[in-house]
Design a protein around this ligand. Structure first.
Ligand code: HEM
Length: 189
């Protein structure tokens, strides 16, 4: 009895499809299937960015950059500065200009990994900025042979950094860190 009822309903539905749409039931099923598939594919393209773990992790790093108080490091050697090049997202991003070390974490989009100026993080960018150079050889505090105008460019950068980023220490040659007092002032971040 139930089977007869179902057959009757199926007959009515297929007839309605044929009458109103001029389609065979098979064509109708194929078209509906394609529509559902297209809908699923298009919806899949609009996944919220926050659903991706990598995006959530990156957001957390940016959030930490904005809220973390800059830590004063005192004297730091070039070798030690390298630890702040962005390879460890837990550490702030630091760079040096004319012997001053700046915490540029708030500029992570510039200096963080993949940023246009990532090469400056963890380095002395004095000469590179004076020359507007991306040559790794210019990642040094050596200002020998720079022209007046290049020194002016460097000064402009220094002013910009003084305005924008907190100073957290001084770049010193390795030999300068000799006594325990200086080492005391350096706190691990
Ligand atoms: C094609 C050439 C370049 C273009 C189009 C360009 C573009 C920009 C733009 C749009 C900004 C942001 C400015 C702002 O926030 O006020 C910027 C900032 C900066 N640029 Fe460039 N730039 C170029 C070349 C260079 C070069 C050669 C250097 C150094 C070697 C350099 C170093 C910097 C630095 C240090 C900043 C400051 C980022 C900060 O605010 O912390 N740029 N640049």
């Amino acid at each position: 009895m139930q089977i007869v009822g179902l057959r009757h309903m199926y007959g009515m539905v297929t007839e309605a499809i044929r009458d109103y749409m001029g389609l065979s039931p098979t064509a109708f099923i194929v078209i509906v299937g394609v529509m559902i598939l297209t809908y699923k594919i298009v919806c899949g393209m609009f996944v919220a960015a926050d659903d991706y773990k990598a995006v959530r992790d990156m957001n957390a790093v940016y959030e930490a950059d904005m809220t973390r108080e800059p830590v004063q490091l005192g004297n730091v050697t070039e070798e030690e500065l390298k630890a702040y090049d962005g390879s460890n997202p837990q550490k702030p991003l630091l760079m040096a200009i004319k012997g001053q070390i700046y915490d540029v974490s708030r500029g992570r989009m510039f200096y963080g990994p993949g940023g246009p100026y990532a090469m400056f993080a963890g380095h002395d960018a004095t000469r590179a900025l004076a020359l507007m150079s991306f040559d790794p050889q210019d990642l040094t505090g050596n200002t020998e042979g720079l022209s007046e105008s290049e020194l002016d460019v460097l000064e402009d950068w220094e002013l910009k950094f003084n305005e924008k980023y907190p100073k957290v220490g001084f770049l010193v040659p390795k030999a300068a860190i000799v006594d325990d007092d200086h080492l005391e002032t350096k706190k691990a971040v």
